[in-house]
Design a protein around this ligand. Structure first.
Ligand code: APR
Length: 248
């Protein structure tokens, strides 16, 4: 593993346009559960019944009570971990240009990254489905479920439900940065949800090196990834940062 990290860091130090694609795994050390795997949210809830837009429109009370209330509580209290902080440091060092994240928790921005593409939208804001009034999630009043705007409309988060389009600008920009980067860090994603999972493939096809950080194997491992660092995100990033110091 030491040798793999060393080689991966040598490529990272040489890169001119490194980017990262992150998934739920990078926020596990911030106490936000992932979607799949052990302790994953989709072990408890069928996503088609709780996270599909049709399910939300049919029964917003059920989705708010089962899923969104807890999500608000967990995200409100979450803070960046070493994984997020390391990526912010890599941006300050001029190495990392952009983070594409599938996460809606806002922790990359809280850590200090300034160019973050929120592929699946965000949970920091809600909007009224009747009048489009926007409100910060922390100001959403949960004393009545579902929470409602002054106009009577129901609030929904700005994140993308299953069955909804990826915000077109996010998709276009993600494809653009993936096809022009020279290195992609792929951190904590099961890499099975499309179209996000295409980004490492686009990067690889465009000649970029792909460094994957994940304690488990994914469909990218052994085919798309040039390096696989099989450990937790915070641990792996700390080792990468320490190794980088020895090269600069
Ligand atoms: N560090 C790094 N990776 C980890 C850690 C950790 N501490 N803990 C778990 N992982 C890995 C798991 O092995 C898994 O591969 O993180 C991945 C999490 O996978 P998912 O839960 O599927 O998360 P993600 O890939 O982001 O899901 C994509 O699916 O349901 C949707 O919209 C949701 O954006 C989400 C999308």
């Amino acid at each position: 593993m030491d040798k793999i990290i060393r080689q991966a860091v040598e490529d990272l130090a040489k890169s001119k346009k490194a980017i990262a694609l992150t998934g739920a795994g990078i926020s596990v050390e911030s106490n936000i559960p992932p979607f799949r795997g052990k302790g994953g949210i989709w072990e408890k809830f069928d996503p088609m019944e709780y996270a599909h837009i049709d399910a939300f429109l049919k029964d917003p009370v059920k989705v708010w009570n089962a899923l969104l209330k807890d999500m608000k509580e967990i995200i409100d209290n979450a803070r960046p971990n070493d994984g997020h902080l390391g990526l912010a440091r890599l941006e300050q060092m001029g190495i990392l240009k952009t983070v594409i994240t599938q996460n809606v928790d806002g922790l990359h921005q809280m850590a200090g990254n300034t160019d973050v593409i929120e592929f699946h939208g965000n949970f920091a804001w809600h909007y009224c489905m009747e009048c489009n009034n926007r409100i910060k999630t922390k100001d959403v009043d949960l004393s009545d479920i579902p929470p409602r705007c002054a106009c009577g409309g129901i609030y929904r988060p700005e994140c993308v439900f299953f069955g909804e389009m990826i915000p077109p600008l996010n998709l276009m920009r993600s494809r653009q940065v993936s096809s022009t980067c020279d290195l992609m860090l792929v951190i904590g994603t099961s890499a099975i949800v499309q179209p996000a999972a295409l980004m490492p493939i686009i990067a690889k096809q465009s000649g970029a090196k792909v460094i994957e950080i994940n304690p488990e194997q994914t469909p990218l491992t052994g085919s798309v990834s040039d390096y696989i660092i099989t450990s937790k995100a915070g641990e792996a990033i700390n080792r990468i940062m320490a190794e980088l110091q020895t090269l600069l």
